[in-house]
Design a binder for this molecule. Structure first.
Ligand SMILES: [Zn+2]
Length: 455
């Protein structure tokens, strides 16, 4: 048991509440009680305390789409002319890079990203993993790192046909094996769940989609996690292969639905948006990645108006979710040349409420992403001192213009402290970073050989 005292609570209930001078009792991984400081202090006199010293205490952030394996891309040189478009970015950066990863690199990249998440207050992450030369067991290695970190995560392996039939089969097997594992045992104390990963329509044949659909049914009808129409080329490829647009194609294979996550959806048409809404499929928005790859802007406001559940992810950028909030907020305004676009309320709807509903599906034994009795105790302490009044009404804008991830001082998941006063408690940051720097040299060398051979 632990009593967090002297806290200003941001509950993220609907409607949201901000409760000053409050305390929270944590018990068995859950929030057990909430109340005014004085009352709670005498009610739980003997309980161990964590003094929040007036900081904001709020639910940890959730990242709906990331790639731990991309960690070694930071600072890596791409030889020759810079990739001119997204297909070249895949072929010249990501595909030779993921082929360069061995099991040690998979572990190391996951640990680096988990340190980053704890430090920046992101407590649940949806990872989309690829390591074509280290497929079997790769999800167990990531799971072990997540378990050690104390964070919460939903894992999958990106199935693709780009490396030949044997690796396609290995990818399907890896998803199936890990899904079965999470169904039959409580992995990392129930903090790990699984989806079925697919790279993208453009690297998947009809036969492979069919095999994935069958495997997912065999695994209890689990949903899919797949990149969709990130660039026009995904549509061109799908039309050439099947005469169908990407979302229609996935729909025909029975891959949409409330358990499935469609990533990006930048180049989808009105019918595809309706299909995503009708099937209650989740769409994740990654504005920093879209800007960086120059692929265009996802019409997330229109999708929400059509009834699509839009969530927010980072696509392998640092798990700094408020940075992603800012990008989502600014991008629609400049795209439409209209400062009224993308209200802070819509950003909060996506990043807070929808992300919590999505994550909640995978950890259904208690509410997630909200402060109320009975909810998962996934909390962060934020040392923010606003110079204007902070209210439930203006909180989204206080976050967009005032919050920084460096203000996160303490991170807790399932009632366990992972960082306290900026000191990491479960992972050795210095050692993980030093080891990753060594690994990076080897990964970069292998990447350099592959990219020079193919380009
Ligand atoms: Zn992605």
């Amino acid at each position: 048991m632990m009593l967090i005292t002297n806290a200003t609570l941001i509950t993220w209930e609907e409607p949201n509440r901000i409760l000053e001078n409050h305390a929270i009792l944590i018990k068995d991984g859950l929030i057990a009680d909430i109340g005014p400081q004085a009352e709670m202090s005498s009610r739980y006199a003997g309980v161990e305390r964590l003094d929040a010293r007036g900081q904001y205490v709020m639910p940890g952030n959730i990242c709906a789409h990331t790639h731990f394996y991309g960690a070694f891309a930071r600072g890596m040189a791409i030889p020759g002319p810079a990739p001119k478009d997204f297909p070249e970015i895949l072929q010249k950066l990501w595909w030779p890079l993921d082929k360069s990863l061995d099991y040690t690199d998979v572990r190391s990249s996951a640990l680096v990203m988990l340190v980053d998440a704890i430090r920046h207050g992101t407590t649940t992450l949806f990872d989309h993993h690829a390591s074509p030369n280290a497929i079997p067991g790769s999800l167990d290695i990531i799971a072990e790192a997540v378990e050690q970190s104390g964070l919460r995560a939903v894992l999958c392996y990106e199935v693709t046909d780009r490396d030949g039939e044997e690796k396609t089969r290995a990818g399907i097997e890896e998803n199936l094996r890990f899904i079965e594992r999470t169904r039959h045992e409580s992995v990392a104390g129930g903090r790990l769940a699984a989806t079925f990963g697919l790279h993208a329509s453009l690297t998947l044949s009809e036969a492979t989609l069919e095999a994935c659909r069958e495997a997912a049914l065999q695994a209890g009808g689990v949903g899919f996690h797949v990149h969709v129409a990130e660039h026009e080329v995904d549509q061109y490829d799908s039309l050439a292969k099947t005469g169908l647009r990407v979302v229609d194609r996935l729909h025909r294979h029975g891959m949409l639905g409330p358990g499935s996550i469609v990533v990006h959806a930048v180049h989808v048409d009105a019918r595809e948006v309706n299909l995503l809404a009708e099937t209650n499929t989740w769409v994740t928005h990654q504005p920093r990645s879209n800007m960086n790859n120059g692929v265009g802007v996802s019409a997330v406001e229109s999708m929400m108006r059509a009834g699509v559940n839009v969530c927010l992810g980072t696509d392998g950028f640092s798990s700094t979710m408020w940075e992603e909030w800012k990008s989502a907020y600014l991008l629609q305004k400049v795209w439409h040349r209209d400062p009224r676009r993308m209200s802070g309320l819509d950003v909060a709807r996506i990043a807070v409420y929808n992300n919590a509903r999505l994550a909640g599906q995978f950890f259904p034994n208690a509410p997630l992403g909200v402060i109320l009795p009975g909810a998962h105790a996934d909390l962060i302490l934020v040392d923010y001192h606003p110079h204007t009044p902070l209210t439930p009404d203006n909180l989204p804008w206080q976050i967009i213009f005032g919050f920084h991830e460096s203000m996160v001082t303490t991170t807790m998941v399932a009632g366990k402290l992972l960082m306290r006063d900026r000191r990491l408690l479960t992972l050795d940051e210095e050692q993980i970073t030093a080891k990753a720097r060594q690994q990076a040299l080897r990964v970069w060398e292998r990447y350099g050989q592959l990219v020079t051979r193919d380009w």
